[in-house]
Ligand binder design. Structure first.
Ligand code: J2J
Length: 536
């Protein structure tokens, strides 16, 4: 078993097997199987390539051979940083098939994150694009390679320069693949994090296959589904809720968009007769606003999933009149629990709630600060445990003590209310995080980086409201040296390689921070003071 992975206690594991949640299948086997069943169906399309199920499976096998020949072995970690391209699907399935573990990172991550992922997971390989969105990943790779001794291979898609070209790895020379079991860890996913840098989430094949299967049922994914992926594909949401894996499970078609802009996405919807979309509220709002000025025929759309942060009821009401399709709200987390509104739920529920757990074996509690369960309808901390919710972060024993209860419930950090019918309404958040249009920022990580600047005495990051993004980030800073400018501080963060979405949108210099009665910085009061400044 992978070091640093916390398995379920034996009795619960046995129960999940007994009731049929865990079937002992791997994600690699699923593709093998679907390639037989849906051989000639189109599986995936990007701006350059189209692959049928049998072509995808064949390419994946060839790539898996190439990875083994290169020296990638079972349980090796491979940091994958790719945009929405077919190569992403090929590489992650090839890794699944040989039991190596993709570590999913985002195209917007920079040196700070990539170095950490490579170092912390002792990654043997890092795979990235040559360049994307104006950023050259090869120079990032050079920097990281020099500093992380475990990193033996750097694989590059496109103009690979001195690195291993992705295309050179495909080989028909057949090697026997290591055997991979359903109970083994399939990959490491990123958590939004609230303390320091992102924690990594180990998910097993068994539990992930279960989330995929349930998502396919609840989102009515079939062979006729055409899913457009506009969010970064490595996020848990577009991976599995129902995501690319759900669509492949059902034999449908995936269309990968390199951009979430309506100028790119709307023509793709028209061209491929897209039936299903997954959006975060910030994008949904933007699309709702611009839809009337677009001429494309979007009549093929049947379902728009919205999740990742709170979708307001006002915006939710506009989906059907404007897009003439059904809204499905999803409240999920890379740690596990996923809630959906059901496609046959009345509008009242679809508009006002974030859905209910997708499995009858999900255990959900709403508790007060002392972990005491609250009566139905009262807002409190959401705790959860179940067949697809993790039992511990990867190699994080100290953090796990705090993030999980003694009996294995995950402390989500979300404040929710449960209705009589078991639906959840997200009311807020107890974790020190900013949810910037669905991208999560751990305040502490950015604060620590700001504190490394010689002119900064203290820093506190809080969320500020934003119409489209829901929240943006604002850094309150007490300076030691008044000569430094906001712009200098932002470039300092950029130069240290902080992902672009984590750079504070606003910086405010203050003399002191308001304190709570326990003497801690009161972020609530900081947020209020920001709002006051806005209105003066
Ligand atoms: C309010 N907050 C939400 C919602 C997530 C499906 C969908 C989303 C994610 C995801 C995911 C929310 N309303 N509808 O992994 O499979 C906030 C909560 C939650 C955190 C998890 C999936 N949907 N959130 O967003 O791991 O705070 O997963 O705990 O990125 O996003 O973030 P993440």
């Amino acid at each position: 078993m992978l070091d640093g992975f916390t398995p379920r206690p034996d009795d619960r594991a046995a129960f999940y097997r007994e009731v049929g949640c865990w079937e002992g299948l791997t994600i690699g086997q699923m593709l093998e199987d679907r390639a037989r069943q849906f051989a000639e169906n189109v599986a995936v399309i990007d701006h350059e390539r189209t692959l049928t199920y049998s072509q995808l499976n064949e390419r994946v096998n060839q790539l898996a051979n190439g990875l083994l020949l290169l020296g990638i072995q079972k349980e090796d970690r491979v940091v994958v940083q790719l945009p929405n391209v077919v190569g992403y699907v090929e590489i992650v399935f090839a890794l699944f098939k040989i039991g190596a573990l993709p570590v999913f990172s985002l195209p917007s991550h920079r040196y700070n994150e990539i170095r950490y992922f490579c170092e912390f997971t002792e990654a043997k390989a890092y795979i990235a694009m040559d360049s994307f969105g104006g950023f050259d990943y090869r120079s990032l790779a050079r920097q990281v390679q020099q500093e992380v001794s475990s990193l033996e291979h750097i694989i590059n898609l496109g103009d690979a320069q001195e690195f291993v070209p992705f295309d050179s790895l495909f080989t028909t020379q057949s090697i026997s693949f290591p055997s991979v079991k359903g109970s083994e860890v399939a990959f490491l996913q990123l958590s939004g994090g609230s303390t320091g840098i992102s924690k990594l989430i180990p998910r097993t094949h068994d539990e992930y296959m279960y989330t995929i299967k349930l998502s396919v049922e609840h989102c009515h994914v079939t062979e006729d589904t055409v899913l457009l992926v506009v969010l970064p594909v490595s996020h848990n949401y577009p991976m599995s809720s129902p995501g690319i894996l759900g669509v492949l499970y059902a034999g449908g078609k995936i269309v990968l968009s390199s951009s979430p802009s309506p100028d790119v996405a709307f023509p793709l919807i028209e061209k491929h007769r897209v039936t299903m979309l997954q959006l975060v509220p910030s994008l949904a709002l933007h699309w709702l606003d611009v839809k009337p000025i677009h001429k494309e025929d979007l009549s093929s759309l049947e379902v728009m999933l919205v999740g990742g942060s709170k979708f307001s009821a006002q915006a939710a009401k506009r989906v059907r009149p404007i897009f003439d399709c059904q809204l499905q709200q999803v409240f999920g987390m890379a740690e596990g629990l996923v809630n959906y509104t059901r496609l046959d739920d009345p509008d009242e529920i679809v508009i006002h709630t974030q859905g209910r757990p997708m499995s009858p074996y999900d255990e959900v509690k709403v508790v007060d600060d002392e972990d005491q369960e609250l009566p139905i309808g009262e807002a409190g901390h959401l705790l959860t445990r179940g067949p697809y919710t993790i039992q511990g972060y990867y190699k994080a024993p100290e953090h796990n003590e705090k993030a999980f209860t003694k009996d294995g419930f995950y402390r989500t950090g979300d404040i929710v209310r449960k209705t009589e019918d078991g639906y959840l309404i997200v009311e807020g958040r107890a974790k020190d995080q900013i949810n910037r249009g669905g991208e999560k920022i751990a305040a502490e990580e950015v604060e620590n980086m700001l504190l490394a600047h010689p002119a900064v005495h203290d820093a506190a990051i809080v969320a500020m409201p934003d119409y489209y993004m829901g929240e943006k980030s604002c850094a309150f800073i007490i300076l030691r040296n008044p000569d430094v400018t906001k712009r200098q501080l932002k470039s300092f963060l950029r130069e240290r390689g902080l992902a672009t979405y984590k750079i504070p949108d606003e910086i405010l210099f203050v003399e002191s921070f308001p304190l709570t009665h326990l003497g801690k910085v009161s972020k609530k009061d900081l947020r209020l003071s920001f709002e006051k400044q806005l209105h003066t």
